[in-house]
Every structure is written in C-alpha cells, then in structure tokens.
Design a protein around this ligand. Sequence first.
Ligand SMILES: Cc1ncc(COP(=O)(O)O)c(C=O)c1O
Length: 401
Amino acid sequence: MATSHSRTDVAIALEDRYGARIYRPLDVVLERGDGCWVFDAEGRRYLDCLSAYSAANFGHSNPLLVAAAAEQMGKIALTSRAFRNAELPGFLQALCTTFGFEMALPMNTGAEAVETAIKAARKWAYEVKRVPAESAEIIVCGNNFHGRTIAVVGFSSEPAYRRSFGPFAPGFKTVPYGDADGLRGAMSERTAAFLVEPIQGEAGVIVPPDGFLRQALEACRERRALFIADEIQTGLGRTGELLACDHEGVRPDIAVVGKSLGGGLYPVSAVLAAREILGLFQPGDHGSTFAGNPLAAAIGRAVLQLLEDGELLARVKARGRRLVTALEGFASPIVREVRGRGLMIGIELTTPARPVCERLARAGVLCKETHGTVLRLTPPLTLDGETAEWLLARLATALEA
Ligand SMILES: Cc1ncc(COP(=O)(O)O)c(C=O)c1O
C-alpha cells in the first residue's frame, strides 16, 4: 500500500525498528479520523470497520466528545484521588442511573476493570458469603478474552496468550461457553463468581445459545455466586442495547464496561455493582493514579449523554439487521456463517480472513481478522444507511473470490 520511501514506509520502518511487535497490523498508517472514516499518511480514506476494537463506537473525533474533553483539559485533567474532584460525582451518578446499579468504581483499561471485578467478587465471597480464606473460585468460559494481565491470561484457554508467561494465579476454573449444565456442575460452595462475555468478541463473535445467560444467572442464584458480565466490548450500544445482557433481560451482579466509555479519546473503564459488593472496598484496598480523574469523568459523562435517548440504540439494531440480512444473502463460496447482534458482526469464512482484510483495505475498508477465519465487522455505531450500502458493495466484491 506504500510507494518506496513514502511517509507510510518511513513510519512502518521506524515502528518496526523501535517497537516491540505485539501486533501484526495491516500496513496502513492512520493520521486522522472523522466519524466513521479514517485517513492514512498518503491521504487515502477508509471506512473504519473495527472502531479500535469497539473503543471508538461514537466515531472518530466526535465533536461533542472532543468539546467535552477540550473544555475539561482547559480546566484540570488529573488530580489523583488523594483529593476529590468536581467531575467524578456526576460521572458516578450517570454510570449508576444509566446502567441501573447502586455503585460504580472507575478504572482506566478493560483488563484493569476485570481485575477489579475479580477482587470485588473475592472480597464479597470472603466477607459476605463466608468462603474459607484463600479458597474462593471464579468460573470462566473456554475461549474467553478478558485482557492481558498475568491473572487474566492465566485463565485464558488460548495458548498464544499464555505461552512463556506463567506461573499464573490460582482460583479459576473453566467451563465451555454456552454450557449452563457444565457451569452448574463446576460450582461449589467456594464459588465466588461466574465471569462471562455475553458475546465472545475476540473468540470470533460467538453468540451463546438463546437462554444461556438467563440459565447461568439462575445457576449463580442457586449457588449464591455472583454473575459478572464483561461488557467491555459488547456494552454501550454495540449490540443495540446498553448492555448485551439486556437482550435476555439479565441483570448481572457486576457489570464491567470500558472501551467506548472513553469515547475513543481516552482510556475509561468502570465496574458497576450493588452496594453490598462495591461497598466492601475500604480506603487502601484498591486504587489507581489515573482512575476517576476529571478528564476521564467529563468524557465518560459526555459519552453516556449520547446514549441517553435510546435513538442510537434503535439505529444500531436496524443497521445491524440490514447488514446481517444482506450478508446472509451473499452467494459467496467462502462465507460459512454470519453471526452477531447489532453492529457486532462476525463473518466466518472457509478460508483465512487476513487476505480478505487486505483486499478490503485496498478497496477502502479497514477490518481485522480474528481467530484466523473470522472477519469481524464492528463499524462505529454512527454508521449511516448510505455508508452501510457502500460497505456492502465492497464486501460483496471482496468475498467473491
Ligand atoms: C471482553 C473484553 N474484556 C476485556 C478486554 C480488555 O480491555 P483492554 O484492552 O482495555 O485492557 C477486551 C479487549 O478487547 C475485551 O474485548
């Protein structure tokens, strides 16, 4: 995609010379974004169908969010929580009223928020459920993705995430995703919580069988364990509901949100739960220099305002339906299955997805493969109808071969 010694070549050479190669990016060097579109160093325009792994759900450089951030940066951005700040209370209130929880605990990245939820669940298990000391168990699902910290990769089933990083933290058990009986069988009086993605994103947009979330919640109720929904990727409208658990009317005991809570501008995550759980934390138990800072709070609050009237959610549902129906109608020899909810769509191919992503990039569409053969389609939620049709035309061509 680059001419020799172009700005693209120079940027790639520098990055590869000085940076640890933890990703295998497509070789486009993005310089600017505007809504659903991004522009590379050569001035070429692409439709962003990854949205920074669903962290840029409201489009790039969303003017309302940029204005909120700029205004707050001009006042004060960082205080630490050694002092109170004027933005945090309103943000906490907005988080609780938007999602229907009693308390919120802000963090920065998704993995940090998952770690925080695990700490909260263990604390609840010891101090409320009275699980014997140091023996609490958290049950997770096969093929999960909850981030990259040592504790979190320790309960991943993906060899590449774990290889050469052990030893790992004990206290985690794995059951197959979508298997409520398996979950029941794995539970004991030492079970603190079940941690689950309502749709597995990194695993390839895997939607569990209908009723699984509800059955898992019932199992948690029977064994007095907490149901923790990792809504970092699925939350804030990505699937057409505020939380993906809402599709089954399931209210988790703990919900973890992140990614687009920062509006594509800044890392903002949060753990949401009842007072009985988050109220257990005492000063000194947990912390983060950056979490809950006024800039994060101002951006997070502006993000929640974008979701307030439900109009965006309705649009996501309609747009998602149109894309899935059209994709299912493609007579492509390489499409095995189309799945997803709202604007979280996975196209399972019979062939490797990477060459299709490269073909799409040349046609002005940025997608990223996941798990080899899945093309993930997660455009900004602000995608308009005309652009959706433009995208479908390009997908039809790219999937022909
Ligand atoms: C479901 C889920 N949980 C946790 C994370 C980790 O978030 P972060 O990369 O912000 O640490 C991700 C990121 O992709 C995710 O999809």
